[in-house]
Write a protein that binds this ligand. Sequence first.
Ligand code: SF4
Length: 425
Amino acid sequence: MTETGGIKEHIVCPFCGCLCDDIALTVAGNKITENKNGCSISQAKFLNHHDDRLEMEQSLEDLVKKAAEILVNSKRLLVYGLSSTENDAHREAYKIAEEVGGVVDNTSSVCHGPTVLGSQESGEAIAALAEVRHRADLVLYWGSNPQFAHPRHMSRYTRADGLYIKDGKKDRKIWVFDVRKTISAGVADRFIKINPGSDLEVISALRALARGKILDVAEVGGVSVSELSELVEIMKATKYGVLFFGLGLTQSKGRHRNIDAAIRLIQDLNHYTKWSMMPMRGHYNVAGANKTSTWQTGYPYAVDYARGYPRYQPGEYTAVDMLVRGEPDAVLNIAADPAAHFPKEAVRHLSKIPVINIDPKRNMTSLLAKVNIQSAIAGIECDGAATRMDGLPLYLKKVVNPQQGVLPDRDVLRMIYDEVRRLKK
Ligand code: SF4
């Protein structure tokens, strides 16, 4: 198994939900020496892929046996993560959860879970990113700072020229709604500062004004009603508008109600002109994790197999809620770092139970894990498929070989599944 050197083009960047597919890498002697087109995050991801790798204390075979024993002895297993690995690995994780009657949840439960709930309530009004680039003449970012978290989102899609947007800088307007002036707000055409926790009120006011209602207050959420009225008139008159939203909307007061209201605002605006909306997905394959979970289990996250068939209940079978209640007696964590991101009570329980951690790199979770298994980085050291924030599936290419004995997540999980089946016989 050898990968030839030279220039490798049309590589997909496996970091954020933009999944930029125009990366050109120079490879020499199984080493990536240059990344053309990638943002600074992408540079670090590709050029430093060999740094901080997870150490394995035993052979892979022994670690797989140890992991399988923990899983077989578990009465309430939580399988978690999946958003920074490829779709085939997801399938193997769901198989393990089903085999041992555990819960399987992905990281959307702590980011865009409310987006999923809002869509289940009011539908989806998504568009392709290409459509946005070629047609949208008004773009809103709400509770999202793309210049920081998705560094090429603006330059590739909302500031770029398009088929019907001849000059992306002049013919398209960008507005940012946020509680503070972010770097994205600094480069936008208009910044609308709203009070923290008032998203639902502001969206509801925009909806009321779009429907021709008169508001008998001077301001809503820190924005004057006269400004809100002006914004609504522009939104109704635009040719094609798009609302991108981030965790500032999904994780602030109101959560899925904010998304529900935003979807209904988009529906209202579609009485006048064309509008769509899209979540700014963070981890590169968190959108894929929702999709593969739905394909395999019928539900996008928070799925429990304890009764032998999948049941869905966010709040009940979501990772943080389970850990805070002290419910799981073992955790299989794949391509995520719950110890770094979960609340203190959840991490406290995580530190008391056996954790099997599968990841290419050292992280906070690896410090408390009982079993650490290093895996190959999807999109760099192995191939796979991932889903972009607009739902488009993209093929991740293998660029260099992983270290000897380091396998993709899907192969590690398959080995664990086989060992679990063997132990259960
Ligand atoms: S914007 Fe995201 S996907 Fe694109 S190059 Fe940067 S990190 Fe990678």
